[in-house]
Design a protein around this ligand. Structure first.
Ligand code: SOE
Length: 378
């Protein structure tokens, strides 16, 4: 069985989610496209990265990511670091001939994203951005239904991604709240996901008109010792036009009290509609305009756990639901298959091209909000 040596950058939330997937994959997606080998993990804090290596089972660790990329046993860089450490390590890894998986958002803005895309194109290796929600069975089913024309002409796409983890004004200004580290706030962190799903399910955004808001203008610094201004958005709302004349709305916030990871989307077409809620991720609600044989007409809640549904055959019998973590198993299996069998990551997985287009749209949303006007997207 082929194995693929993995070097991971970062070990926080996404590091844990990715390692969980690397370890489950070989016996869940069976036979696996390849067996991930946890070669090395890198992080700035030696004590923390040593513990992470031990906890997750990496053979070694580095405090300098350059040494991780120089390690000949590392064939795939998995970059789960903060957004400000996406570009340099990914470009260095690409130039060293390594495949790359980079967490979203790929970059802090379109300029930085383009540098990463150009390096990926030059390198001729496999590259993916971890837009993991493409790998929810219900979301892939929604994609398949729309792309097969079952909903007819698409009139609307509307999505919201609502969380509430920073409503406390004393929550510190962590990296996700710092423009230099993150590039933007809820827009790049949560908005990038629903922008990607708009592109994946319906098509390319062609124009946006948006607003952003920062509700808490100053917060304590994480390491204590004072306070600092918050220079990123806490929330955004946008009206969008997509390919084919579809219009819709996108909204993301970290201030929707009571909403924990509430990513919802709805697609309305000329022949039907569908809606999805990440907090009920095994279900897809569909509405077909042509009354069925019984003459009834209404919404149907589909439990997306049949063997014929996307990804489910890897797991359990019908009705034995899966969870948020399992999307990373599907996503990484897709990438490993592309690597060992020289298959394309696109269009079902997000590549650095998708990461770049996503950054262009995020920049357009910020430009529209700043200038108070509609912005067309090249
Ligand atoms: C933000 O809280 C966050 O962790 C995002 O960064 C992830 O991409 C999303 O999947 C869950 O929420």
């Amino acid at each position: 069985m082929t194995d693929v040596g993995v070097g991971m950058l970062g070990y926080a939330f996404m590091g844990k989610a990715h390692v969980n997937a690397f370890k489950k994959l070989p016996y869940i997606v069976y036979p696996p496209p390849a067996v991930p080998r946890l070669v090395a993990i890198a992080g700035r804090d030696e004590e923390a990265v040593r513990e992470a290596a031990q906890r997750y089972g990496f053979a070694t660790y580095y405090t300098d990511w350059r040494r991780l990329i120089a390690d000949p046993a590392v064939q795939l860089l998995d970059n789960g670091g903060s957004n400000d450490v996406h570009a340099a390590p990914c470009i260095a890894a690409l130039e060293a001939g390594k495949h790359v998986l980079c967490e979203k958002p790929m970059a802090r803005d379109a300029t930085e994203a383009k540098q990463m895309l150009d390096a990926a194109r030059r390198a001729g290796v496999k590259h993916m951005v971890a837009f993991n929600y493409r790998f929810v069975p219900a979301v892939r089913l929604a994609h398949d239904l729309v792309r097969a024309g079952h909903l007819g002409e698409i009139r609307h796409f509307r999505a919201a991604y609502l969380q509430d983890w920073i409503t406390d004004p004393e929550f510190p200004r962590t990296w996700r709240l710092d423009r230099k580290a993150a590039g933007s706030g809820a827009l790049g962190d949560l908005g990038s996901h629903i922008i990607d799903l708009a592109r994946f399910i319906v098509g390319e955004p062609r124009a946006v008109a948006a607003m952003t808001k920062t509700f808490i203008a100053e917060r304590p610094l994480p390491a204590g010792g004072g306070r600092a201004a918050v220079d990123v958005d806490d929330a955004f709302a946008a009206v969008i036009e997509l390919d084919g004349g579809c219009i819709g709305t996108l909204e993301a916030t970290r201030f929707a009290l009571g909403r924990k990871n509430h990513q919802v989307l709805e697609v309305n077409g000329s022949k039907g509609s569908l809606s999805f809620d990440l907090e009920r991720l095994n279900e897809l609600n569909v509405y077909w305009h042509d009354a069925d044989a019984s003459g009834t007409r209404g919404w149907t809640e589909v439990l997306v756990t049949e063997p014929t549904h996307p990804f489910i055959s890897n797991w359990w019998p019908p009705g034995h639901v899966i969870g948020w973590e399992h999307t990373f198993v599907h996503e990484i299996a897709h990438l490993l298959d592309a690597i060992v069998n020289d298959r394309e990551v696109a269009p079902l997985g997000a590549t650095f091209e998708d990461g770049y287009r996503n950054a262009v749209i995020c920049d357009a949303i910020q430009e529209s909000a700043l200038e108070g006007r509609r912005v067309d997207i090249a």
